[in-house]
Design a protein around this ligand. Structure first.
Ligand code: PGA
Length: 261
């Protein structure tokens, strides 16, 4: 039973007032938390206010990033210890923009993943690949290598507590339509990687999200794919109406089917 997970990544958008106002507008219109999990990753300075605003709504508040160290001389970093104290459930780690724009590599992401697991904050491990990387490697996808490097030393028990996202660079923030077949192929590759390196039972339980140009028009097609358990949404999640359409994508009665897939 993999519960669908719809997560908004607000990146560097919305101040505190805008973030809280958004939560106040959506919180009574969210899907049944037993059927669909919904989360928002605001900017770091809005996390506290978002946690307060989301109280009792079932909405999860997600950190966009976190440091591998819990305390110490790491100016400008965000501590997992602080996030945990705040009641943050999830931290996105290794997002493609962190890797491409801020030089995060697999080693750095690996340390963060281990630290998050130890702290009890569920990592949303972000993987990505370019079209060239995918094609050059043919059957052995780049994303497979990236994932295995980041998961190095993550135990059988710990792997049960991760969420993985697949965000190919050709679809993130570029305004192109998400290619549903390629999205499913990437997520399937990740599931196979987990099955090969852990167990089939774990691979069957782990949630794998797709990210990149998800919008109200394509979310149903994406969520209908067997290996896509959720989505990470950037631009389209910034607007209340779009957000509500996407998180309520099951309103046509498919809810029970999805939870059981
Ligand atoms: P996008 O971003 O939906 O704007 O393509 C997705 C993401 O970066 O998570």
């Amino acid at each position: 039973m993999r519960k669908p997970f719809i997560a908004a990544n607000w990146k560097m958008h919305k101040n505190i007032a805008e973030s809280v106002d958004f939560v106040n507008q959506i919180k009574d219109k969210l899907p049944d938390p037993a059927k669909v999990e919904v989360g928002i990753a605001p900017q770091a300075f809005a996390l506290y206010s978002m946690v307060q605003a989301a109280r009792n709504s079932g909405l999860k508040i997600i950190a966009q990033n976190a440091a591998a160290e819990y305390n110490g001389p790491f100016t400008g970093e965000i501590s997992l210890r602080g996030l945990h104290d705040l009641g943050i459930n999830y931290a996105m780690l290794g997002h493609i923009e962190r890797r491409r724009l801020f030089g995060e590599n697999n080693t750095a992401v690996h340390k963060k993943v281990k630290a998050a697991l130890q702290m009890g904050v569920t990592p949303i491990i972000c993987t990505d690949e370019t079209m060239v990387q995918k094609e050059v490697n043919g059957e052995i996808h780049y994303v497979f290598q990236q994932l295995m490097s980041v998961l190095h030393g993550v135990s059988l028990d710990q792997i049960r507590n991760v969420v993985i996202s697949y965000e190919p660079s050709w679809a993130v923030g570029v305004g192109q339509h998400a290619n549903v077949a390629l999205a499913e192929e990437g997520c399937r590759t990740i599931r196979r990687t987990i099955a090969d390196n852990y167990t089939y039972e774990i691979a069957d339980k782990i949630r794998i999200l797709y990210g990149g140009s998800v919008n109200p028009d394509n979310i149903k097609d994406l969520m209908a794919k067997p290996d896509i358990d959720g989505v990470l949404i950037g631009r389209a999640s910034l607007d209340v109406d779009n957000f509500l359409k996407m998180v309520n994508y099951l309103d046509d009665g498919k809810a029970n089917q999805q939870v059981g897939k």
